[in-house]
Design a protein around this ligand. Structure first.
Ligand SMILES: Nc1nc2c(c(=O)[nH]1)N[C@H]1C(S)=C(S)[C@@H](COP(=O)(O)OP(=O)(O)OC[C@H]3O[C@@H](n4cnc5c(=O)[nH]c(N)nc54)[C@H](O)[C@@H]3O)O[C@H]1N2
Ligand SMILES: Nc1nc2c(c(=O)[nH]1)N[C@H]1C(S)=C(S)[C@@H](COP(=O)(O)OP(=O)(O)OC[C@H]3O[C@@H](n4cnc5c(=O)[nH]c(N)nc54)[C@H](O)[C@@H]3O)O[C@H]1N2
Ligand code: SF4
Ligand SMILES: [Mo]
Length: 724
């Protein structure tokens, strides 16, 4: 028996795992790694099931090619040749914009996803770049891009030191935090209250987080910006603001929020005006406070306004970039994604609906339009990496149909599922435990600076390819170098670029040094490790791969420290409180607030033993509370005359759902989890617990305008009894 240590790659919590394996490499036991200085031994049921998940017999072992309805296992050579024919064929005939690339959620966690994203985008040179960012957190990037100039300057709640924590539309007790990496969230939230801190939650559901809180307010979905404007209004009208940063636009903010009173907010969002004003006063009076919002304030019609207001309140109360408030983490690897230039967006627009590009991407909500609409630049091929849009994207089933119209689609994915079944070729990455792990992106949003590298636990078999190699080969195919080119060349080019940059940077410790000489000092067992070594050596702590390997449980790099001065890159050199592209959206909010309120609003629900769509094929993770039901308040059950099943209708489609009466959801709101609706794939356990696809109801034609982000929460629906 052997014991391995590695980071769990499933969610943002980065838990250190201690994994026992038998001589055949089968996982016999998984515990939390108590020696990990950051995650401290915390683990959830998903991490504990990593063995079952990894050993799932339905995971694909070989590349697959589809001929009609038939799938055939093929060699890697044959698969990559088919990809080359498919991609270059489309490029030659229709040009580069005809090939789209899509990066799904797991690409934010894998090393391959981070390291090959930019090379693939560059070699493809297509305007059609998409990711799960636009069905998730894009409003936060847009808000921070405009406020600070750097869309990656995302402040995280300093949970361990704060006195007051206001959570608007997030459920960290069950999601374990998002853009907020704080392992053992339950422990940290309990500790906050134990030391006399206050936790206030605003959510249309009484979630586990709400149950842990001092106060919980039901809020009508999609109306949080009005509540937050009421807080800003109170802070400014009552002279409670204590701005510690150099800001532009304070007077304009005062003028803009003059008529957004708590009373006006109460009428729309349902939270009493007196409570809104009191929360504002409490935030101002608390020695330290942090306001935080995620999916409930992001995948909504006014996601960018909501995310902007969250930061504005943290700024007005003197809490942004200060201990106990919200702060910026400092990653161990060189922060290559920061451009050092003021945020730019809208450098090009989507062809059909004219959405501005953000971070070089177009919204997922318009991918189907780009595939279906004929004309120059129509998308004819798709490179799809770790994404299950048929289940994850707004009006997912429309995308499924659109995928069938493509000339070519390649998926890098371990499963034959609702999305990959539309592909021509599937390239399966190896098991999680066969991949090394390093959290490039999660380190951006940690509540304590920390780093950890986990080498692969299990070796690759001869007939497997690492995900880095798979993506490296796609980079080369997209560049026109062919299916047989050596992907090590891609890595070498990246290392060379990094080293050249370092030698040319004024003040760098290696300024003027010979790149060849420097190259010889870079260590690692393979080129990916060498890239990591380079990024660590030129990173902000001067670490190295060797140092990380000496510390298999991870290295604590200390508490968060103020760092906005270093990150701020606005044109004015100040924090820009009232960026025009954001505040101009207030008119849309006013118009929306004047509209009649729909009878019922649909929201989502994350479940502890799920992670989006891909964890339902493991028996221990499905069943019990982890089933796909519609939560309906008993008052609505009575009012609408509902029985065991109901028909939910939206502007897009309708579904028959199982009804679960519960007062955890407020009247007028129903909640259906996403990630279900398993059909047409080869996941036997998931098929037995299929559920329904919540995104058959969500509408891709409604978006958060400044970011193009999808809207999953606050979808107008009607609910009526279903007679079997
Ligand atoms: N167990 C588990 N963990 C996960 C995931 C998972 O699927 N399962 N997914 C991972 C991913 S990809 C992400 S992005 C994160 C997300 O992490 P979170 O954002 O913390 O997770 P959600 O459960 O979506 O929380 C959103 C909350 O907003 C509430 N809400 C809905 N509409 C509104 C609204 O209009 N206003 C307000 N104020 N609240 C609203 C919902 O009821 C819900 O409680 O979780 C990650 N972790
Ligand atoms: N209605 C509604 N819809 C939502 C949400 C919601 O709250 N409500 N949440 C949204 C959010 S926050 C997100 S992030 C998206 C997620 O959207 P997606 O990223 O499209 O969906 P996932 O279910 O995470 O699917 C991930 C895919 O990656 C595959 N995969 C797993 N591991 C690996 C790996 O190591 N490598 C590769 N290459 N592939 C792998 C899985 O088999 C699966 O097909 O869903 C969004 N959709
Ligand atoms: S909370 Fe669970 S899924 Fe998330 S990293 Fe920790 S063990 Fe993995
Ligand atoms: Mo997400």
């Amino acid at each position: 028996m052997t014991t391995a240590h590695r980071t769990c790659p499933i969610c943002d919590s980065v838990c250190g795992l201690k994994i026992d394996l038998d001589p055949a490499g089968r996982v016999t036991k998984v515990r939390g790694d108590t020696e990990d200085p950051f995650t401290g031994g915390y683990i959830c049921p998903k991490g504990a099931s990593i063995g079952r998940l990894d050993e799932d017999p339905d995971r694909l072992r070989h590349p697959m090619i589809r001929e009609g309805e038939q799938w055939r296992e093929v060699s890697w050579d044959e698969a990559f040749q088919a990809v080359e024919r498919g991609i270059t064929g489309v490029i030659e005939k229709y040009g580069r914009d005809a090939v789209a690339v899509y990066f799904g959620n797991p690409t934010y966690h894998t090393m391959a996803g981070f390291l090959y994203r930019v090379p693939l985008i560059q070699s493809l040179a297509s305007k059609n770049v998409y990711s799960s960012g636009t069905i998730d957190h894009m409003p936060k990037h847009v808000a921070c891009g405009h406020l600070y100039g750097d869309p990656f300057a995302i402040a995280v709640p300093d949970i361990d030191r704060t006195d007051y924590f206001l959570v608007i539309g997030a459920n960290p007790m069950e999601s374990h935090g998002s853009l907020f990496c704080a392992p053992d969230m339950p422990g940290r939230l309990r500790a906050l209250r134990k030391r006399g801190g206050k936790l206030v939650v605003v959510d249309p559901r009484r979630t586990r987080t709400a149950e842990t809180a001092d106060e919980h307010f039901f809020v009508r979905p999609g109306t949080d910006p009005l509540l937050l404007l009421g807080i800003v209004h109170t802070l400014l009208e009552e002279d409670l603001a204590t701005v510690t940063l150099d800001v532009d636009g304070l007077d304009e903010l005062r003028a803009l929020t003059k008529d957004f009173t708590p009373e006006a907010a109460e009428r729309i969002c349902g939270v009493p005006a007196a409570d809104i004003a009191r929360i504002a006063r409490e935030l101002a009076a608390a020695p330290t406070a942090a306001v935080y919002s995620r999916m409930g304030g992001s995948v909504v019609e006014f996601g960018t306004l909501t995310q902007w207001l969250v930061d504005v309140i943290n700024i007005l109360t003197g809490n942004l970039d200060n201990p106990g408030g919200t702060m910026f983490a400092k990653t161990a690897a060189l922060e290559v994604f920061r451009t050092g230039q003021p945020f730019e967006w809208g450098r090009w627009r989507s062809r059909v609906r004219g959405f501005p590009e953000v971070l070089g991407e177009l919204p997922t909500a318009t991918l189907a339009d780009e595939i279906e609409t004929p004309g120059d630049g129509q998308v004819r091929a798709l490179i799809n990496i770790g994404a299950n849009q048929v289940i994850a994207a707004p009006n997912g089933p429309r995308l499924g149909d659109a995928f069938d119209r493509l000339d070519f689609m390649v998926c890098v994915d371990p499963y034959l599922n609702e999305t990959t079944r539309h592909a021509t070729v599937i390239l399966p990455p190896p098991r999680m435990l066969q991949a090394a792990h390093y959290d490039f992106l999660m380190q951006l949003v940690m509540v304590r600076n920390y780093t950890r590298y986990s080498p692969a636990v299990l070796p690759l078999d001869d007939d497997q390819r690492s995900e880095e190699e798979i993506l490296g080969r796609l980079v080369l195919i997209a560049a026109g170098a062919g299916a047989g080119a050596d992907p090590a060349g891609v890595d070498e080019m990246f290392i060379n670029q990094l080293l050249t940059g370092a030698t040319q940077m004024p003040g760098s410790p290696v300024e003027g040094m010979d790149v060849e000489v420097l190259r010889a000092t870079i260590e690692g067992d393979n080129s990916r490790e060498q890239i990591l070594d380079t990024l660590l050596k030129f990173g902000q702590y001067g670490l190295s791969l060797a140092k990380l390997k000496e510390s298999p449980h991870g290295i604590d790099l200390g508490p968060l420290e103020p760092r906005l001065k270093e990150l701020l890159v606005t044109r004015s050199g100040r924090v820009e409180l009232t960026p025009e592209p954001i505040v101009s959206d207030l008119d849309r909010l006013r118009a929306k607030a004047a509209e009649p309120v729909p009878d019922v609003l649909l929201i989502g629900r994350r479940q502890l033993r799920s992670n989006n769509s891909w964890l339902h094929n493991v028996k221990s993770l499905v069943g019990g509370s982890n089933t796909c039901t519609l939560h309906v308040n008993p008052a609505d059950v009575a009012r609408l005359g509902l029985g065991a099943r109901a028909i939910v209708r939206s502007a897009v489609s309708e579904l028959v759902v199982d009804v679960e009466p519960t007062d955890v959801v407020m009247p007028g709101v129903v909640s259906l989890p996403h990630g279900w609706g398993h059909a047409g794939g080869k996941q036997r356990v998931a098929a037995e617990h299929a559920g329904v696809n919540a995104n058959a109801l969500t509408n891709e034609l409604v978006v958060d305008v400044p970011s193009g982000n999808a809207v999953f929460n606050g979808v107008p629906v009607t609910v009526s009894p279903h007679q079997a």
